[in-house]
Design a protein around this ligand. Structure first.
Ligand code: NAD
Length: 500
């Protein structure tokens, strides 16, 4: 099968692009648009570094990664200010994001040896003469393509885990946050003194070039639409991919929930980061017994929340997203929905005010597609079965939140998503030992946790003969008698019906 992909226009050598402050439109920085040749050169340099880095012990890599983490942590306010300038989030939120990212660097560095180092496994009765073991080896060079909405936390979820597993990394940050990407790569160079982590900057075409540059894996985080292009480009060279894509997460509020806490969490989950969170809250399903109380609590809280230059909610980072948010709100209103907070007039040029929509049909854009703004739909449900069914009725399956005193775990188990938080919101993302990723249109593969370390490795199995077997199975000298004995052994092991 031939996979046809539309390659973005080839960048010209020497051309540049600007990152802009989304609150003001002012230029924050100018960065090179790197060509396919420049991307290949970065991958070649990374491959040389991979030989050195991959040859270090887990302990040595841990020391280097912790030095990088410490140097970033000591300059966190500087990083947070740069995040605010390029992406628009309030400095407090930027500090929280970067601080959580440091937890992940630390965890990945500290756990790689235990998770990936060689360990013995049982050889089974038929191969009892063997010593069996498995280790997880670095792939070589990993290409990481990042988004802008969490420009530190999200890419480091791939970068730190890939590095801790022994790979060199070529990182392409989003064109909206190249300065933040460059800052982290420079901090690595300063701390470690070798370019194991390389930077390439540019628009989509530079990302596409990275997919085709001979890397051993691509870790992509971004929209589902771009994820499909990345996968198609990687298919040309059988380059494996991790796709961390969009979401349409719900909050489910049960009849016995702490309504005040649920309303607080739903509002923060929907509106923090101006709603530009892959695991942000976009839909809420509330049991009819507590629906009125929930709605009045959340509307009171939302009414005093403002998006502005110095507020708790920043601007919409990508100007094009404002149009998407407006179209979702308009579609909801056109199909019988009502705005109990905000509405179509809440969608400004750079800032969008919190918007709560009710009575929105389940097949409308605001319920089915990723809005990526400080908006949410709230719907009344008769049972938790109905809430789960509606939650599971989108193409996405990234995260989810459940508020319930008694049945939180049972409800969460039935939600088709990579992650759920019970009686808290997006808490799973801050726990480094938990894997992070989705199903369906939210992508596949995992970052974070042991799974996130293994994602950037290949399993290397070794069977070592400890003593000669009773029956030599893998020889042309095997006799008819041996075949008979073998049949008896198989019969004994697997041929008897097990008692219930
Ligand atoms: P995007 O898809 O527009 O861009 C992501 C990255 O891909 C950018 O660096 C971009 O330059 C690059 N790119 C664009 N075209 C490319 C191509 N043809 N080949 C290779 N790379 C290409 O996404 P975005 O707007 O930066 O990010 C927002 C999206 O990311 C949302 O959908 C959000 O839900 C998702 N996201 C997901 C997670 C997660 O972990 N699942 C985390 C954060 C954001």
């Amino acid at each position: 099968m031939t996979v046809m992909t539309q390659a973005p226009a080839r960048p010209q050598s020497g051309s540049t692009f600007e990152s802009l402050n989304p609150a003001t439109g002012e230029v924050v920085g100018t960065h090179p648009v790197q060509t396919a040749e420049e991307v290949q050169a970065a991958v070649a340099r990374a491959r040389e570094e991979a030989a050195w880095w991959g040859g270090l012990s887990f302990g040595e890599r841990k020391t280097h990664l912790n030095a990088w983490k410490t140097s970033m942590t000591q300059r966190l306010p500087e990083l947070a200010e740069l995040m605010r300038l390029e992406m628009g989030k309030p400095v407090g939120d930027a500090m929280l994001e970067a601080g959580l990212a440091m937890e992940h660097v630390s965890w990945a560095a500290g756990h790689a040896g235990r998770v990936l180092g060689r360990r013995r496994v049982s050889p089974g009765l038929m191969m009892v003469n063997q010593s069996a073991s498995v280790a997880f080896k670095p792939l070589g060079v990993v290409g990481v393509i990042g988004p802008w909405n969490y420009p530190v936390f999200t890419p480091l979820g791939s970068v730190a885990y890939a590095l801790a597993a022994g790979n060199a990394v070529v990182f392409k940050p989003s064109e909206h946050t190249p300065g933040v990407g460059a800052w982290m790569v420079q901090a690595f160079q300063d701390a470690v003194g070798r370019p194991v982590l390389q930077l390439v900057t540019g628009l989509g075409a530079t990302g596409a070039a990275l997919c085709r540059a001979g890397v051993d894996k691509v870790a992509f985080t971004g929209s589902t639409a771009t994820g499909k292009k990345v996968m198609a480009a990687c298919a040309e060279t059988l380059t494996p991919v991790v796709i961390e894509a969009g979401g349409k997460d719900s909050v489910i509020v049960d009849a016995d929930a702490d309504v005040e806490a649920a309303a607080d969490a739903a509002l923060w989950g929907a509106c923090s980061n101006a709603g530009q969170t892959c695991i942000g809250v976009e839909r809420v399903y509330v049991h009819e017994k507590v629906y009125d109380e929930f709605l009045s609590t959340i509307t009171a809280k939302a009414a005093v929340l403002r998006a502005d230059r110095d507020g708790k909610i920043g601007p919409i980072t990508m100007p094009s997203q404002v149009g998407v948010i407006r179209s979702h709100v308009q579609d909801a209103l056109d199909h019988g929905g009502r705005a109990v907070v905000g509405g179509i007039d809440a969608v400004g040029e750079r800032f969008v005010q919190p918007t709560i929509l009710v009575d929105v049909p389940e097949d409308s854009l605001a319920v089915q597609e990723e809005t990526f703004g400080p908006t949410m739909t709230i719907a009344k449900v008769r049972t938790m079965d109905e809430a789960i069914e509606k939650t599971n009725a989108t193409r996405y399956g990234l995260g989810n939140t459940v508020f319930s005193k008694v049945n939180g775990m049972a409800i969460a188990e039935r939600v088709r998503s990579g992650m759920s938080a019970v009686n808290g919101v997006i808490s799973f993302a801050g726990i480094p030992s938990l894997p992070f990723g989705g199903v369906g249109d939210s992508g596949f593969g995992r970052i974070h946790g042991p799974e996130g370390l293994k994602e950037f490795t290949y399993a290397k199995a070794i069977a070592r003969q400890r003593f000669k077997p009773m029956i030599n199975l893998t020889s042309f000298d095997r006799t008819a008698k041996a075949d008979k004995q073998l049949a008896q052994v198989i019969g004994l092991l697997h041929g008897r019906a097990k008692k219930r």
